[in-house]
Write a protein that binds this ligand. Sequence first.
Ligand SMILES: *Cc1c(COP(=O)(O)O)cnc(C)c1O
Length: 495
Amino acid sequence: MYFISTRGGKERVSGASAIVQGLAKNGGLFVPEKFPQITAEELDGMLTMSYAERAAEILHKYLDDYDKKGLLAACEAAYSRFESPDPAPLVKIDDGVYILELFHGPTCAFKDMALTLLPYLMRTGCDMCGIKEKILILVATSGDTGKAALEGFKDADGIKIMVFYPSDGVSKMQKLQMCTQDGSNVNVVAVKGNFDDCQTAVKTIFNSEECAAALKQKGYLLSSANSINFGRLAPQIVYYFSSYLDLVSSGQIEMGTQIDFCVPTGNFGNILAAYYAKLMGLPVRRLHCASNMNNILTDFLAKGEYDARREFYKTTSPSMDILISSNLERLLFEVSGRNGELVAERMNKLKTDKVYKITPEEQAEIAKTFDGGWANEDEVVETVYDVFCDTGYTMDTHTGCAMKVAVDWFEKNKKDTTNMVVVATANPYKFPQDVLYAVTGNDVRDSFKGIKRLHAATAMKVPASLAGLKDKPVRFSSGVSPDKMFGAVMDFVSD
Ligand SMILES: *Cc1c(COP(=O)(O)O)cnc(C)c1O
């Protein structure tokens, strides 16, 4: 399988190259040349497999340049680091409504599903491509990617990792998780600005030949652990298959029955992986794209116009506080009939004018599968509270946004009997004060008091990795403005 750029051109690379490089040379994102198909027999065969075995099957369809046994061993190692024996358990909370819990990894957010595996894909990929330089991974994070990437890549051979986060844009717990990170090859820096400023500055470094040359002189090659990297997307496709198979093997649905997913969305990576699963042949009917107050995707899906000329809100679901959703570019590529020139035009327009429009045909194509909705801050609180009261289930604020969108869907479509899987992206203890407030109305300042009280209210198990943060020393406290980021990168590789 080869990978090509969303912005056209002749570049055509192997899976290993796509992962090591991160971005295509013309600034586009790598996409598979075509979508591998999963047959009904293959799906049947996967029913009795473990999560890791299912993962190796699906990953190898895209990454057929990697050794399949090696992939399986890597998946087994990655998912053995999860707290639960099943890395992606499905919880039924009502008739036809399920929660897919993706937060049982080392850093308690769904990013672990891919970032526990990416170091293997990257390291092995470098060897396969005969790369002699060391790798420098740059990450822009809205909170959860940074920690998951740090944890995945810490002390990895021949790799350094540097994470930039918006100084006021992440939760206290997220900040503490990152700034106490151990490992000899890691660095964490706060950036004055919001996530989009961070992400744009990191992309600028990626696209700059000057930066690449300066780093090469120091013996480093740049790569990315953000969801623009196909190595992030591929492992995310797996849990859509796996949850479907779990519904079948537990007798909740019959093989072939279509289901819906509702996904809390920021950079459009998670929900795009669901779309890829559908394009591979998974029986998915609709994908519900859930946003918070930064509801640019809701508007885009309704109007066919992506308009970033709007206020940016800081919300209680910070990992979704994003106005420029990078992975939407991959969806545009598909619905434009894989027209790279058109995608490039729009991405340039987004950069210069902060707005672009798609054609009515493209809009119709998207609407065949996607619809969008959003939750304001009060609605998140109400939804988390209602679900807790009605079912005893505690969800985090991001998942709360998705749940609200799912509830609205059922309100509007009362006769719809299609099963809905709501994707849960973070452990509630990652946002303890906000979840505590939603569940009990109590307001506490301190995150650890929040954890204690949330535990008292819900009796839910506290993940050791979060409780243990209290006693860890803070290692990183520096900050820079976006224009000084590359300077900080050079300092880091010169150490
Ligand atoms: C990253 C993240 C999201 C958004 O996922 P995208 O792939 O960026 O759309 C939602 N919820 C949580 C908790 C996250 O960490």
